[in-house]
Design a protein around this ligand. Structure first.
Ligand code: AMP
Ligand code: MN
Ligand code: MN
Ligand code: MN
Length: 293
């Protein structure tokens, strides 16, 4: 008799939003998958900003160590909608699909141009060396505002990341450069072409009024969007139930993810991730490979 490898069950913990050093996460893909297993996550999506570069190393680490973890190939694409930067997560994408690789190359090019412009603006504000500093921290990964923020904290310009964003990198501040991301339609289209599902990331974090948030969800759905994130670990209880209601109202599947970037006391892989009753999980129709035990 052949030994059966257990399939994910109703008790399997899904975390479908996380970052590695391929973008602005602090853990390497190898470190991230180990931590996910420690946190009892059974299905993990790595969703770095505009890159899929961390996925291969993560898959290799799982395979080599026979970790009891299923990896979902993901990406978090930055888009521009009505002057708002909206993040669209792609789940189960084919990372080698030309439509995806070409869109991500375009986004990467913009990240380089934007980084140079951010550094020029900071230079005018008498903060030198930001481009080199941010590049050093990114270490070949996608260059994000997160790297600039870390550099600015290290340079002693601000006490913490939140303060840097507030004072330097947020819209209207010295180091803010207007975004030139792709559109929501383009992101959804490319995710679909590469075989994935498009998920509206962290809808509660865009500082949108209820009216504008509804507009966004209607637009996202009308463009073929599949799901929205309903559960994150840092959320007021009423936010989760409100998002669950929106998911039902706009006929979107529900997703859940920590958006883990680094070990810290308030965000953890797999923590508090569950969907309220009535929400159809984004993984509803997934047939997952068996995992090691
Ligand atoms: P980018 O995609 O390059 O514009 O960078 C956005 C990233 O910066 C987000 O994914 C967060 O990781 C980080 N970020 C944005 N706002 C804040 C904030 N207020 N505090 C800390 N990190 C932030
Ligand atoms: Mn980030
Ligand atoms: Mn995001
Ligand atoms: Mn994210």
């Amino acid at each position: 008799m052949t030994e059966q490898t257990p399939q994910p069950s109703a008790f399997t913990l899904f975390d479908l939003h996380s970052h590695t050093t391929a973008s602005d996460g602090y853990l390497t893909p190898e470190q991230l998958v180990l931590r996910a297993v420690e946190m009892r996550v059974g299905v993990l999506a790595i969703t770095d900003h505009d890159t899929t570069d961390g996925l291969a190393a993560a898959a290799r680490a799982i395979e080599l160590q026979q970790l009891p973890l299923i990896l979902i190939d993901g990406v978090e694409i930055s888009t521009l909608w009505e002057h708002h930067e909206i993040h669209i997560v792609g789940l189960r994408v084919d990372k080698s699909h030309p439509a995806l690789t070409s869109l991500l190359a375009q986004q990467t090019e913009f990240r380089h141009q934007r980084a140079e412009e951010i550094a020029r603006r900071l230079e005018k504000a008498h903060i030198a060396g930001a481009l080199e500093g941010a590049r050093r921290l990114a270490d070949g990964g996608a260059l994000t505002r997160g790297h600039f923020a870390r550099f600015l904290v290290q340079a002693g310009v601000a006490d913490n990341m939140a303060q840097v964003f507030k004072n330097f990198l947020a819209k209207g501040k010295t180091g803010y450069v207007p975004a030139q991301w792709c559109t929501i339609e383009q992101a959804i289209d490319v995710i679909h072409q590469s075989g994935g599902q498009a998920v509206l990331a962290h809808p509660g974090r865009y500082d949108l009024s209820a009216k504008w948030l509804k507009r966004l969800m209607i637009w996202f759905k009308a463009q073929g969007g599949d799901a929205m994130e309903v559960a994150q670990c840092q959320q007021a209880p009423n936010e989760r139930s409100q998002l669950a209601k929106y998911a039902a109202d706009y006929q979107l599947l529900g997703s859940q993810g920590s958006d883990f970037h680094q070990p810290c006391s308030w965000i953890e892989l797999g923590r508090k991730l569950w969907l309220p009753g009535g929400v159809e999980p984004v993984w509803r129709d997934w047939i997952l490979p068996a995992r090691s035990q």
